[in-house]
Design a protein around this ligand. Structure first.
Ligand code: PMP
Ligand code: GLN
Length: 382
């Protein structure tokens, strides 16, 4: 139930981070930055702790953060959720995803995701008793075949769990793909649960929330979090927005998962959401530079490189190096050359795992000298 990849007792991120630590390897596996986010956000959290903002937040989150989320949705996308009734704060995006699925999925309902898919999706769909149906994303650009997408829908499709920008492939879905998803969700009466945690990490393309597509808003819950945008993955501050009735149902579940969390961090993230535009353009361009450094190094090391339009992950094909089993390679890589990565087949059901057998994911949210050192170590694989 808990692992889509055949019997791992811990998540792949934990497994690879443990391997990296024990081998003293550079960890390009689990996606977390190696530098803290903006000083003013950190200072705001420290000030809140010092001022005694240390008890439970309201279940739906501090008003200041709900208001900041609503203002952010308006500023970047023209969406206007009511901070009182249409926004809640969650313990990371992970809890938002779990609470939304547990709120709406009954045993036997189908939930549609792209494949590969983020690991928590399969686990929570399983816990909710749902049936996980997938539509493949195919190299080199990791876009779906729209006919295959349509045939993955059925009268039992209760929700589409979309992830855009997409982990692990780095795809950013254009209007055409999103419009088809909305059209099909409407036709089959499905909800759209959209995980947009990488919304600000796109390179040369703009992120388009599915909720902005005509007809989508009434059936869409949009989820995001502070981890990626502000480089505070350990704070686990997330949020979601959508129509009042849907958000109320998610909130009901959320009360019994964590009730609330991270009170002093909530206000600090509200400060972050109010940062000027050059903060947001700055994080994307810094990351784009890191992407290019790692892409160049991986190409020089002999991998087939799929440079992404978003997220902080590069997928490579190991086949040009004569290696066809990326799961086996990922387990050996930390000891072999001192670098950790995540094999893409673990984000798939068996058929998709076969299709992505030689794909490996590297995170590039690291200092440039770390990326350069990792690339030169990987070059010794040849
Ligand atoms: N969704 C996706 C696609 C992710 O990559 C991650 C990891 N950052 C999460 C959700 C979890 O986010 P959080 O750490 O905010 O729970
Ligand atoms: N989202 C991060 C990744 O994809 C991992 C988060 C986690 O460890 N659960 O690498």
């Amino acid at each position: 139930l808990l692992s889509p990849n055949g019997g791992l007792g811990v998540t792949i991120f934990e497994e690879m981070t443990m391997l990296a630590l024990s081998a003293g390897a550079i960890n390009l596996g689990q996606g977390f930055p190696d530098e803290d986010g903006p000083a003013e956000i950190k200072a705001a959290a420290q000030a809140a702790i010092a001022a005694g903002v240390n008890q439970y937040a309201p279940g739906k989150g501090l008003a200041v953060l709900r208001e900041a989320v609503a203002a952010h949705q308006q500023r970047f996308y023209g969406l206007t959720p009511d901070p009182e009734t249409e926004v809640i704060v969650t313990t990371g995006a992970t809890e938002g995803i779990a609470a939304a699925l547990l709120a709406f999925i009954e045993p036997g309902d189908e939930v549609l995701t792209f494949e590969p898919f983020y690991d928590s999706y399969g686990a929570i769909i399983g816990m909710a008793g749902g049936r996980h149906v997938t539509a493949p994303l195919l190299a080199p650009d990791f876009m779906p075949d729209l006919d295959a997408l349509e045939s993955a829908f059925s009268s039992r499709t209760k929700a589409v769990l979309l992830n855009n920008p997409h982990n692990p492939t780095g795809a950013v879905f254009p209007r055409e793909v999103l419009s088809r998803i909305v059209e099909l969700a409407t036709k089959y009466g499905a909800l759209i649960i959209s995980d947009e945690v990488y919304e600000h990490l796109t390179f040369g393309v703009k992120h388009l929330p599915v909720a902005t597509i005509p007809g989508a808003a009434e059936r869409t819950i949009t989820i995001s979090s502070a981890g990626k945008t502000f480089s505070f993955t350990g704070w686990k501050i997330g949020w979601l927005s959508g129509p009042q009735q849907l958000v109320a149902a998610v909130r009901t579940v959320k009360q019994f998962l964590t009730y609330s969390s991270g009170t002093p961090f909530q206000g600090a993230i509200a400060v972050g959401l109010g940062l000027p535009d050059d903060f947001y353009t700055g994080i994307a361009s810094t990351l784009q530079h890191k992407r290019d450094i790692l892409a160049e190094g991986l190409t020089a090391a002999g991998f087939g490189v799929y440079s992404p339009k978003g997220t902080y992950f590069i997928n490579v094909d190991t086949a040009p190096l004569g290696i066809t089993d990326s799961v086996d390679l990922a387990r050996r890589l930390p000891g072999l050359v001192g670098v950790a990565a995540i094999p893409v087949p673990v984000f798939c059901h068996p058929e998709g795992a076969e299709r992505t057998r030689s794909l490996l994911r590297f995170a590039f949210c690291k200092k440039t000298e770390v990326l350069e050192e990792a690339a030169s170590r990987l070059a010794t694989l040849r």
